[in-house]
Design a protein around this ligand. Structure first.
Ligand code: SAM
Length: 326
């Protein structure tokens, strides 16, 4: 079967699959008032439905699925979800993005079930500041969770850090932390979402600025693999860890887009900042619908735009990133 491609010859190896909107953290840039259940919203995808999503995308050339949310580990059936995706032979990499609060207990089980990599969101190495940002006093648990990943045999752990102005003071602490640890720090430029233009103007720190500082310190950019995400990766001979810079405002950001998204209720989103989701759920009800499902995905991909138009201040559906998973 021909692999998924859009009209700009971009190929889609990578699916970000949100499995819940629920989150127990209240990060200031994402869900400052905490998760509010929406009674009108449908139930989240079941394990069977998720398995059909994975099968359909796998046969269309997707080899990597990232489980996200909300907080994916809030799902009680999270281990079963990993197992169901692992059963799809085309999916070679199963990643998760997590706030890390269950890792200390579960990292080893999830790895055994087939999870291949973990991104932990950690915006500060200072316990007090961590609590101010996340609304949760769980810094020690998250740090123990990162250790648990290494103990469970994950060769590396990626740490997502949202770039905000206060980070300029914390940069040396973060760099010292990865000197002798196989951690990839991923600095994500703060994105303006529908809910937060005041916040954005107050806190946004340009990735260019950090890039300039890193280059001046001898960090060098290296090539990334085709299934890799949007990060520009930098390494340094004196550091075991690496740095990834994710700069959605960079004018070349969308050229290498290899990602599609499916929301927790089964809507296909062609872009994190796209307007409308395309319903897949009616075609996730039986194994006999796989061909129709794949056809719907393929046909709709023609509509994928060249860029996200964030520069023009369009934030689309992304009220905050907990809706379709950052
Ligand atoms: N709950 C999980 C977590 O905390 O990692 C997964 C979902 S969270 C929405 C995914 C990632 O999006 C996190 O690393 C978070 O820091 C990032 N994120 C959320 N809102 C963002 C924003 N406005 N700009 C940049 N990154 C954002």
């Amino acid at each position: 079967m021909l692999p998924l491609a859009d009209t700009f010859q971009r190929k889609f190896y990578y699916l970000r699959l949100s499995i819940t909107d629920v989150c127990n953290f209240r990060c200031t840039y994402c869900l400052p008032d905490g998760y509010k259940p929406n009674k009108e919203r449908s139930a989240f995808l079941s394990v069977e439905e998720i398995s059909r999503v994975a099968k359909a995308f796998g046969e269309l050339g997707t080899s990597k699925i990232r489980l996200t949310g909300g907080e994916p580990s809030m799902r009680r059936d999270f281990t079963e979800i990993i197992t169901a995706i692992h059963d799809q032979p085309a999916i070679k990499q199963i990643a998760m993005t997590t706030n890390g609060y269950r890792l200390a207990k579960e990292a080893a089980n999830w790895r055994m079930a087939g999870l291949t990599s973990v991104n932990v969101s950690l915006d500060s190495l200072d316990a007090r500041q961590f609590q101010q940002i996340t609304g949760q006093n769980k810094f020690q648990e998250v740090m123990a969770g990162i250790d648990a990943c290494f103990d469970a045999g994950f060769p590396t752990v990626k740490i997502n850090v949202v770039l905000m102005k206060h980070l300029t003071q914390q940069l040396p602490t973060f760099l010292a932390w990865i000197k002798h640890r196989s951690i990839q720090l991923r600095f994500i430029e703060l994105m303006e979402t529908g809910e937060g233009s005041h916040y954005f103007n107050q806190h946004h720190l340009s990735g260019e600025q950090i890039r300039g500082q890193l280059l001046a310190m001898g960090w060098q950019r290296r090539a990334s693999e085709p299934e890799a995400g949007p990060a520009q990766i930098f390494s340094h001979p004196d550091y075991q860890g690496e740095i990834g810079l994710i700069m959605p405002y960079d004018k070349h950001f969308c050229e290498s887009c290899n990602r599609l998204r499916v929301s927790a209720i089964g809507q296909l989103h062609l872009c994190l900042f796209g307007e409308n989701g395309i319903t897949l759920r009616d075609l996730l009800q039986s194994d006999t619908q796989q061909t129709a499902l794949q056809e719907r995905i393929r046909i709709n991909l023609i509509e994928k735009k060249q860029t996200h138009f964030l520069h023009q201040g369009m934030t689309g559906l992304a009220r905050n990133l907990s809706y379709i998973g950052g």
